[in-house]
Design a protein. Sequence first.
Length: 502
Amino acid sequence: MTDPHGFLKVSRQPVPARPVEERLSDWNEVYAGQARLPLVSLQAGRCMDCGIPFCHSGCPLGNLIPEWNAYAARGDWRAAAERLHATNNFPEFTGRLCPAPCEDACVLTINADPVTIKNVEQAIADQIWERGYAAPQPPEQLSGKTVAVVGSGPAGLAAAQQLTRTGHTVAVYERADRIGGLLRYGIPAFKMEKQHLNRRIEQMRAEGTKFRTGVDVGGDFDAADLLRRHDAVVVAVGAGGQRELPVPGRELAGIQQAMDYLTLANRVREGDYISSPVSAEGRHVVIIGGGDTGSDCLGTALRQGAASVVQLDINPEPGEARRDTEPWPVYPKVYRISHAHEEGRQRVGTDPRVFGSATLRFEGDRTGQVRGLCLTEVEPGTRAPRPGTERLIPADLVLLALGFYGPERGTGLRKQLRLTLDERGNYARDAAFTARMTEHAGEAGRPGTDGVFIAGDAGRGQSLVVWAIAEGRSAAAATDRYLSGSTVLPAPVSPMDRPLTA
């Protein structure tokens, strides 16, 4: 364990990000080039090694946080790497992208500041690669079974790696031209540079996983035929159905879905475009939606040189402290500032977010281009417009970051695999990740018995990267049990598990 009095001797000190003006001048990660190890080791020593480490409950992966904190505190990076990889296939992703509910579940949070768990995780993950602790792990022998994984986001990649290492022959099918899903095209480079994704894909290739890009399963490639070719199929297509905003003026040019905008910006970084076909440069940008996707759009628009950026959040501004209705160790709704919000605030002097507001309509010019957005304050709870609060703000690029309703409805995947939807609009499945399917007259078999498994946001709905990886690992265990009769693969979550709530 670490120093039992470490949390009394050392105060919380996160790794500092690069200066705002420096990072706004490039697309590198906000922590790029920052010295971490001495500070991280000191901060890891604040871990109390609790008798009941609630950080485990805050993380769906069940990360062994006190254990790798202790090794990081002593500078034993090999042991820390082994403990981190024991529960997480891709700690370099989670260390950069996860909002760290484990920190809000840290026992220190009861009356002090939590351990900087996310900083420690990222430092260990980087040391894994710098010190050569991520050698490929090909299976000792093959099982003779084949598995198709549809979708190459974090859930699909985690499932594929687990199944490959077990000995099954796995092929990952991705409709885009590159592997990675939202990790590739949804996450801006300033949050995670793509080298981290690329080297993990190369590791998986060396282990034996096959990758097939440009294959639209359910579109130009029949999913039923894919199932006939393989012994099992894992559907990990994510929750790509983007919510709309049906208000007057939605048809005007210059109103884009946020994920489409982020994809184009990421394609510039991949070398597909010299500049984005939809750029914020010189434009008044309004982002509708207060979540992580909206924050990613904010950071992207600032780097593209937007004239102004406003982010609308229909929720009321949260307070600085936990409410009584959100006690420790749940993840509370408190006032948080992302790196993009910090950048926006330093650029314009105030928080770019407008809380408790909703869009009434868009206004355009004679050419059909959006030029303004009429917003209103809303009543807390009901979200009804508050009379007399309407105002018009300039907007010639509007980004809709309203979240996702579930798997896309326009594909043939659902019909071809006979998938059903649950009450939340996601692909239905049972406690073993097996897809629930419709019965067809004259067809043998019962629903959920023909080797189709649902993993990640496709079955859970939009969630965090840690939940996606946990689901991929659990779906791999269920698939392996189906193919082999038993499994030694870990299953950290079930489809019915949910984050800690009060």
